[in-house]
Design a protein around this ligand. Structure first.
Ligand code: ZN
Ligand code: ZN
Ligand code: ZN
Length: 375
């Protein structure tokens, strides 16, 4: 994976994470590989049975920042600016207890916060090595940082949006009557990579009745003329930032009037929800705008999921655009606006754009036409 984040930005993130920990009376953050670690030190990779763990002290706590890594994997960390960031690499050998090593480095903490996706085997190992120390989740603290994207992150999300838009622009090459969803999906997955993603993380091609299942993926159903097809696709750029965009297409023939009418209501709901996004508006208010509009057209019951999710290094992260989330939106927050309507056994439709909150509204990162295009 490419190291792309300037070390000054990483230093700032580490400092703010330490400050946030201090504010919450957490002595140490313990973060294993995953998107939190990627955010803090720009390191890729995933957690496995050998412990790799960033030991990040709260501002004012006496432990030194350290990255505990298995000795055999140390070369894989050499490209990171860890010395510049003041993070010491501490290696351990097979046969040694890495949890005791963390405990030696930890400086007698009373309370630690572990990353939300730390494997349970490491959570329990650390618990045993730090008796009497409380463990909490680091997510609530780190999400305060990760939710507000800096300009480098917005630039990455913008590039991801443009890349997935180029794939949607090529849909006439892929979608045609007589092809199966799986065949279309394979072509789309290849195009996602061709257009600049590291991988195709998800490819949903929901044709005809399959479109009524929001998280349908691919099947061997043959696409027929007159089908409405939901295409929801995305993946990470080499830097880890995700794209995610849905368009709904009509294949081969104009769909019947009732479908076009329902689609028009959906398009208006998505448009209004995007228009409602600005600083100070609550996340749940954006959801309500889409829901109220669809309810007006008798489709409220057919919109069976939240309006959106935050996006960044994870494809689903805070803030969630859902009823009950009173979080006021702030500049730099990035999330999807993706209302849908799902008519069991018949068809479905969804329109999804990623938006970033600006000082006075939002920027849409997906700009492909939102009309029900007939291919
Ligand atoms: Zn989804
Ligand atoms: Zn999506
Ligand atoms: Zn989405």
């Amino acid at each position: 994976m490419t190291a792309a984040v300037p070390s000054a930005l990483l230093a700032d993130r580490l400092r703010r994470a330490g400050d946030a920990a201090a504010t919450r009376d957490v002595d140490l953050l313990l973060i294993t590989p995953g998107t939190d670690l990627r955010y803090l030190v720009d390191a890729g990779g995933e957690s496995h049975e050998r412990l790799t763990c960033l030991v990040l002290p709260a501002t004012g706590h006496r432990a030194p920042p350290a990255l505990v890594v298995p000795r055999l994997e140390a070369p894989g960390w050499a490209h990171l600016p860890l010395a510049e960031l003041g993070v010491e690499i501490v290696t351990w050998n097979d046969g040694e207890d890495p949890y005791l090593l963390v405990s030696d480095l930890a400086g007698g903490p009373q309370a630690v916060a572990v990353g939300d996706t730390m494997p349970a085997v490491h959570v329990f190992g650390l618990r045993d090595a730090l008796p009497g120390c409380t463990q909490d989740l680091a997510g609530p603290l780190l999400r305060e940082l990760r939710m507000r994207k800096d300009t480098a992150e917005v630039a990455q999300l913008r590039a991801a949006g443009a890349a997935i838009d180029r794939v949607h622009a090529r849909m006439p090459e892929f979608l045609a009557p007589g092809r199966t969803e799986a065949e279309v999906g394979a072509d789309i997955a290849a195009a996602i990579v061709e257009e600049g993603h590291a991988s195709a993380a998800f490819v949903i091609v929901g044709s005809g009745p399959n479109g009524a299942s929001p998280h349908h993926e691919l099947s061997d159903r043959v696409i027929e003329s007159g089908d409405v097809v939901v295409v929801d696709i995305g993946g990470p750029l080499p830097t880890g930032y995700f794209s995610d965009s849905t368009r709904t297409y009509a294949v081969g023939a104009e769909p019947p009037l009732r479908v076009r009418e329902a689609y028009a209501a959906l398009q208006d709901a998505q448009e209004r929800a995007v228009a409602a996004v600005r600083p100070g508006v609550r996340a749940e208010d954006v959801d309500a705008v889409a829901r109220v509009r669809l309810t007006e057209s008798g489709l409220g019951e057919r919109f069976l999921h939240r309006t959106g999710h935050g996006i960044g290094l994870d494809v689903h992260e805070d803030p969630y655009i859902v009823g009950g989330n009173a979080l006021p939106l702030e500049p730099g927050m990035a999330f999807s606006v993706e209302p849908g309507v799902y008519l069991d056994g018949a068809w479905g439709a969804r329109i999804e754009d990623i938006v970033v909150v600006t000082d006075d509204g939002c920027e849409r990162l997906n700009t492909r036409p939102r009309d029900l295009v007939v291919l």
